[in-house]
Write a protein that binds this ligand. Structure first.
Ligand code: SF4
Ligand code: SF4
Length: 251
């Protein structure tokens, strides 16, 4: 049985946020919404190091959905719209979600987003904010994002670029690509090759080898959520013990 997970090597992350941007592009993520974020640990500003010269440190922390094995968001969903698939992906069925937002409250990693507007309205407002309102009608049929709806084998709608207003959305590990044997966009788009995606249950997969050979940690492990995103600590920049990841996840 396949069970997908991801390793992010914090030694290789350069904080460029390409992963967040490519995620937004391919998943048609609405303005003001990010399915993943990249923090500068301990700093209020991105890319501003912490400490005092010459003892400065700068560690970047990408935070996608952890696709928790024991996911609190799944437990609280009253209609079964959020569920964990056989391969470990935690997904949202956009035709079943009623927008109650219990899952947003339950997720300790702050990665779920509420879709406040219809896709057309989102795009129109973004265009207006950029100062191109007079051109809106010329481009109204343009939509960014992977163009096709994607359903699971049992017919559940887990990707559509025009998500309806009033549903909760989040990182899917790019289910529309993974089901075609293609890695998530953030993995392919990372210039530092910081991310490895693969099958945790295959002992010969690259991710399994990394987890055997390297020291890794997970965010908020003490909560028992069993995240399937693992981090290689930034040995080069600072010792792990000096970095308070817990505070970072709380935002
Ligand atoms: S794309 Fe890679 S290097 Fe850039 S912020 Fe994301 S994980 Fe870090
Ligand atoms: S990180 Fe949050 S949204 Fe993702 S599976 Fe865990 S609890 Fe659910």
């Amino acid at each position: 049985m396949v069970r997908y997970g991801m390793v992010i090597d914090l030694n290789r992350c350069i904080g460029c946020r390409s992963c967040a941007v490519i995620c937004k592009m391919v998943n048609s993520v609405p303005p003001g919404t990010w399915w993943q974020r990249v923090e500068t640990v301990g700093s209020k500003e991105h890319m501003v190091p912490v400490g005092e010269y010459p003892n400065l440190s700068e560690v970047f922390l990408p935070v996608p959905c952890m696709h928790c094995e024991n996911a609190p968001c799944v437990k609280v969903c009253p209609v079964g719209a959020t569920w964990k698939r056989e391969d470990g992906l935690v997904l949202v069925d956009f035709e079943r979600c009623i927008g109650c937002r219990y899952c947003i409250t339950a997720c300790p990693y702050g990665v779920r987003q509420f879709n406040w507007q219809d896709a057309d309205e989102n795009f129109k407002q973004a265009f207006e904010r950029a100062g191109f309102e007079e051109n809106w009608y010329a481009v109204k049929d343009y939509k960014h994002g992977y163009p096709f709806d994607h359903r699971t084998k049992d017919g559940r709608l887990v990707y559509t670029k025009t998500r309806p207003r009033g549903v909760v959305e989040k990182c899917t590990f790019c289910v529309q690509f993974v089901d075609k044997g293609i890695a998530p966009a953030c993995v392919r788009g990372c210039p530092g090759n910081a991310r490895v995606f693969g099958d945790l249950d295959d002992p010969n997969s690259e991710i399994s080898k990394i987890l055997r050979d390297r020291s890794v940690f997970r965010l908020l492990e003490e909560l028992g959520t069993e995240p399937k995103v693992f981090y290689i600590p930034p040995a080069r920049k600072t010792k792990r013990g000096e970095v308070d990841y817990k505070e970072e996840v709380k935002g």
